[in-house]
Design a protein. Sequence first.
Length: 323
Amino acid sequence: MIVLCIKSLLPVFSQNDAYIRGILTDENKLPVIGANIIDLTHKSGTVSGTTGFFELKVPALTNITIEISYLGYNKLVFSVNLNPGQIMEINRQLEPATEMINEVIIESKFEKAGSLERINIKSIDRIPTPAGGIESMLITQGVSARNEMSSQYSVRGGNFDENLVYINDIEIFRPLTIRSGQQEGLSIINAAMVSSVQFSAGGFEAQFGDKMSSVLDIKYKRPSAFKGSAMASLLGASLHLEGASNNRRFTHISGLRYKTNQYLLNSLQTKGDYKPKYLDFQSFLTYDLTKKIELSFLGNVALNHYTVIPETRETAFGTYQTP
């Protein structure tokens, strides 16, 4: 008797529901697989199968909003109110969605084919050299460095003063004579202020002059917002700040660096009291007078002190067999 009572109640519960079923096809009369059929009123739904067929159970005697959607096709939205036990057949062909968008202008900017090769500046901090900086990256371009403590380099056996260095189209002169890289201070290039680096080991354009060896073309950043960075280590520290005005007509970027290679010099054959201190401050300012005229300023102040009081020196010479 208990079983019969339960069975007699099932038709009563089913009479509270209705069904929406059908087959969805595309413009080629092919079944649409995976289309979404959603009851927006009660937040329930289903998807169409491999034949495009779907079936959705909904409450009867209730105003219901149904949405049929599929990626790339127009949505179908309609309302129904079905009687208990009613089955509504909906066989629809979905229409491809077409949307008008605003005009899009695509511009392509590229550099003229030449001998200058662009260097990825993101790998500057990944090269573990005491000198650091942009010059340490040039080793991958076929140049040779004679001392790891120096930022000087040579190309095809030339001298260091045969290499042109430009920062924002300003030629940098470094008439220095440095012994073994010990007295050399900071590189003229502040890596934290650099936006792009291009290098050529020969055959460069005439606009860079007539030097024989190479050209290193550096461009400093044109900031669009306020930023900054800081770094500290046993070999020194650095700080840089950059920013721009609200209308971006005025931009500024400045960098302060401090370096000491005291710990490296203590490993030399000449023992003594080493106290090298190198300080450098750079600032690059730009102001747009008009859309075609820009006023820019690049300033650099450096204080380099190399102090050593030698005490002893011990040199080992000879061959491996007869030192």
